[in-house]
Design a protein around this ligand. Sequence first.
Ligand SMILES: [Zn+2]
Length: 267
Amino acid sequence: MSSNIPQGTYLFQGNTLVMPGDIPDSLIHEGIPDNHIPASLGSSIKILGPGLIKSADLPADMPLPAGWRGIPMRQALSLMTQDVMVDGTGPVGWLLRAYHIAQWQRESVFCGSCGGRNETAADSLARRCPVCGRQEFPRISPAIIVIITNDEDQVLLAHNKQFTPGVYSLIAGFNEPGETLEATVVREVLEEVSLELHDIHYVASQPWPFPNSLMLGFRARYAAGTIKVDGVEIEDARWFSRDMLPELPGNGSVSRYLINRWRERKF
Ligand SMILES: [Zn+2]
């Protein structure tokens, strides 16, 4: 993480970022200034390990202080700019880190080996089981996302069943045990749209804590095959020209960042 330490505190309530209503959208990733934190919440706030981020995951049934608002975390990310997202250091990185850890702490109450009740280590992010000694750290699951272009200067975009109707984005999928990231790119594209690729290159990454992914963005060139969607995850996939693009994913996602780079003829 950045050597700078955030001044503000990040408060969550489940998957929602909560804060005083007078903090503008442009500053939500900076956290809540100390003088805006009611004394009643002070005892809930913890320092998140060596990152020195102040954070709390408030109980789901706790009423918010008067005048506060909640923003779903995915929506909070869409309020931020592309470059800050992919840079990954600074306040957006702190917010993503605090959110990722808050979720993991909810899911790591008990030891995954013997079922003992984990204790939080004082000197690191780890949780330790006092019964069998097992240590657990926040889990990070790598996933690839790839922008595919062809010799006609078109981009392959797909509609996933989970997307908002009409929105098209890039092919993505989780890395599996034993795979290189490049192999994941090849397998996912073959499985989802039946295309073969060449010239596969890494471009940029983005922490995506929904709940614990690290998105690894690639670019690749079409090599062979005819689009045939899997019909399970992908409902439709097509080649799109620059001047005929469909509705795209919102700002704050690595998919939009990669598409924007292509539109700007960066690759
Ligand atoms: Zn144990």
